[in-house]
Design a protein around this ligand. Sequence first.
Ligand code: SF4
Length: 324
Amino acid sequence: MNAPFQDMPGRTEKPPLTVLIAAPRGFCAGVDRAIEIVERALERYGAPVYVRHEIVHNRFVVEGLKAKGAVFVEELDQVPDGVPVVFSAHGVPKSIPAEARDRGLDYLDATCPLVSKVHRQAERQLEAGRHIVFVGHKGHPEVIGTFGQVAEGAMTLVETVADVDALDFPAEQGLAYLTQTTLSVDDTAEIIGRLQARFPHIVGPRAEDICYATSNRQAAVKQIAPKSDLVLVIGAPNSSNSLRLVEVAERCGTTARLIQRAGDIVPAWLEGVGTVGLTAGASAPEALVREVVAKLAEWRDIDERLLASAEEHMVFKLPRQLVD
Ligand code: SF4
């Protein structure tokens, strides 16, 4: 479907395409807050403001902040003395703010409050003398940050049901489980079910740690995927919640593609496709959704429909230093 159809001389017609747009999609309250922290820090302190790690997993967002004067670095030792530094929404090990304090750096913590909540749960479980089994993805910044809240060896990572089967704790070992905020709701339920079956005394949080934004976006994609021939998920390849949206759509039996921008769409994907489902991960801005719709409209006669499965009204407070 690279070119419009031409059915008679002088007249050009594009074939129709229904675009089913999921709601909720895109930015969550934690991402909104993290971006606002960097923007307000730039206003308050002036450029440059340093940011340790990508503030959120989205190149478009990062490039936009760079253009305003943010400087992204991997580690604190790349931050010069005397300039403010922001920690990303995924959270950081305790050693990072401690190092910033030692150096006398002004820092702003953009860790999502829902990630901080998991950090506090980890501390409480350790105080209660329990070893923690953490369900998450190895190497993800949020997992590194959460492991960095506790002493080495106090927490064990599991990624799959098979990992749970391989656990070997003494019968008298007190146990608790916690999870990353951006996991697949269905996979995590299975892993927790296996943990509870193997260790009936294991305790967990009152409500699961998968955040409202992750579960709402997965529920929304479950609504659009069965009605679509193809689902496009806007998100970065290192964005956990975006990758989960692709998996959820595929489990509904629909082909799903992760794209960063409209330019990633391969026209051949649309061959034989009458309905495209469209959603965006929690770190992807709405401007990219509009860009994708505009690109599809270059090729097809679009009928755009919104399929809403929940409303979101969550707003998180900014750090005290940025509130007048
Ligand atoms: S996806 Fe969830 S945990 Fe992550 S920043 Fe957004 S609200 Fe917070």
